[in-house]
Design a protein around this ligand. Structure first.
Ligand SMILES: Nc1ncnc2c1ncn2[C@@H]1O[C@H](COP(=O)(O)OP(=O)(O)OP(=O)(O)O)[C@@H](O)[C@H]1O
Length: 524
């Protein structure tokens, strides 16, 4: 708990980083209010807080991307009024962003040493490939990489790409590595790998600030937890005090029952959406059969790259279906474009909200009303009042944190942007709702709200397909689970057979321990 004598370890010494009285405001928002913290060498700080609490803003200040309005930053004993991207890097701070900054077409070593490549002698100044690889190897070793310096980045998993980013940071002599939600889209095995990289950094005396909404990972990795609310530090937990419930209590100011939103297993209704022999551009040789029933939440699990998102995109009509058929309520659907899906009440909340879910330079209200403009039209004009009313209701429903529904969506925190994407489809009363990683980057309080919303949709007869890499979520929220492996459905699980082990076994293409007989739809 917050210790009156030493909040956030301010008197702890020695420290690599000291922040004192950092304040940052945006129009109508206090993003950071008088924030102070210390980070010791080799210390892993877990930074937690609800969406919009100010975590990313604080990290952007450390990365030199944003300047504080007020406050002092001391790095390794050197005071700075503000950091720039360059001075932050030179001071030994490395910021590994959620959206990685790697070049897919280059290999690992070229990415690590981009712009700093060793050159051969002679007038042509050619890159010395052998020296480049040799220079990269020690850093790959330091992060425990299981791939080589000449591996193309495009061939690596997300966790491996994160390792490349961290190796790059190490090659620049980083002393503090900031990881902003690094595990939010990683499946279990990959997450373990990243957590061991954090341990390796710590062992080398490098400090880490680890931001995550996955509290059990913070619990495993952190030496100290700092909790933020409304831009301020609201509490700190030492290693022996760190626990799931203690963190939740600090973050949201009350205890949250872990499975508050979950209803008992229920009988699904008739089949709403059915796919037969569907193949996707990602796996043209595979055929998927899937039945999604009214009133159920079907969890779609699988490793990253197993073809879940691609299947969702085909079912929503954004990607071309290479074969097979799709029917809604028994009637065949053409699905040649997303419009066909939307017109039939099939909606997709995509994983990559920025690319496909949302227009960042429009206000919240317009993002929510966009797919349903006729409903807000008065003669030929869109009624701002009608838009605002719908948006206000959804803002309340989903606890979207913003000064008003006129706020530009691009200025919201990541988690709150995700809620706007959800809000826009919820406002349209869907028949089939496909949610791809719906709680990625969403705080624990809001997660419970989203689970309750999904359950509410299912109870109202909506067929819900939820793609998720979060094992607890898949098991905790679904009525049935379908697991994908390399483009095909490798099996279905009924509630009685739900276990992490069964999901993982199917995800790697092995049979589950005791697969449910009744629910299994023929597998291609
Ligand atoms: N460029 C900006 N313009 C206006 N407001 C901003 C801007 N950047 C952040 N904010 C606001 O500052 C507050 C803190 O946002 P921040 O992104 O730091 O939260 P966060 O804790 O990282 O949230 P999340 O967990 O959702 O990523 C939010 O209310 C956000 O809307």
């Amino acid at each position: 708990m917050l210790k009156a004598s030493d909040p956030s370890g301010l008197t702890a010494r020695p420290h690599f980083l000291a922040l004192d009285g950092i304040r940052k405001t945006y129009p109508g928002v206090i993003a950071l209010a008088d924030f102070s913290m210390r980070v010791a060498p080799g210390e892993v700080i877990g930074l937690v807080g609800e969406n919009g609490a100010g975590k990313s803003t604080l990290m952007k200040i450390l990365g030199g991307i944003t300047a504080p309005d007020q406050g002092a930053i001391t790095v390794d004993g050197v005071p700075h009024d503000r950091l720039t991207v360059g001075s932050s890097m030179r001071a030994g701070i490395a910021f590994v962003h959620q959206e990685l900054n790697l070049f897919d077409n280059l290999d690992v070593a070229a990415n690590v040493f981009l712009g700093r490549e060793p050159l051969r002698g002679g007038p042509l100044r050619l890159v010395d490939r052998a020296a480049l690889r040799a220079a990269c190897e020690p850093y790959l070793k330091q992060v425990g990489a299981n791939f080589s310096a000449d591996a193309p980045v495009a061939s690596l998993s997300l966790a491996q790409q994160q390792m490349v980013e961290i190796a790059k940071a190490l090659s620049m002599q980083a002393r503090l590595v900031i990881l902003d939600e690094p595990t939010s889209s990683l499946p279990v095995a990959e997450t373990d790998r990243l957590l061991s990289v954090i341990a390796a950094l710590k062992a080398q005396g490098i400090s880490v600030i680890f931001i995550s909404h996955r509290l059990h990972e913070i619990e495993r990795a952190a030496d100290r937890v700092l909790a933020m609310r409304d831009g301020a530090l609201v509490g700190a937990l030492d290693r022996d005090e760190i626990g799931h419930d203690a963190m939740v209590k600090l973050m949201i100011g009350r205890a949250l029952k872990a499975r508050e939103a979950l209803a008992p297993a229920r009988e699904p209704g008739a089949v709403a959406l059915s796919a037969r022999g569907v193949s996707t551009p990602a796996y043209p040789g595979c055929r998927v059969d899937l039945d999604l029933c009214k009133g159920e939440i079907l969890g779609l699990a699988g490793l990253v790259g197993s073809g879940r998102t691609e299947l969702a995109r085909v079912l929503f009509g954004i990607d071309r279906r290479l074969g097979g058929s799709v029917a809604l309520d028994g009637k065949p659907l053409a699905l040649s474009a997303a419009n066909d899906a939307v017109a039939n009440g099939i909606f997709l909340v995509p994983e990559d909200r920025k690319a496909t879910g949302i227009l960042l330079d429009l206000p919240i209200a317009q993002n929510i009303s966009l797919p349903d403009l006729p409903r807000h039209a008065r003669r030929y004009l869109v009624s701002p009042r009608s838009e605002a009313e719908t948006a206000e209701a959804q803002k309340k429903n989903l606890a979207i944190k913003a000064p008003s529904v006129a706020t530009l969506t691009g200025t919201l925190s990541g988690g709150n942007q995700q809620k706007v994407v959800l809000a826009k489809w919820l406002a349209m009363k869907p028949k089939v709702m496909i949610l791809d990683e719906p709680t990625r980057g969403i705080d624990i309080g809001a997660k419970a709200e989203i689970y309750a919303l999904m359950r509410g949709l299912a109870d109202a007869g909506v067929a819900v397909l939820m793609i998720s890499s979060d094992m607890e979520e898949v098991i905790g929220v679904s009525d049935r689970i379908a697991v994908m492996h390399e483009g095909s459905i490798s099996g279905y699980l009924d509630r009685d057979d739900f276990s992490q082990e069964n999901v993982l076994l199917l995800a790697i293409g092995k049979p589950a321990g005791k697969e449910s007989a009744g629910a299994a739809v023929p597998v291609a």
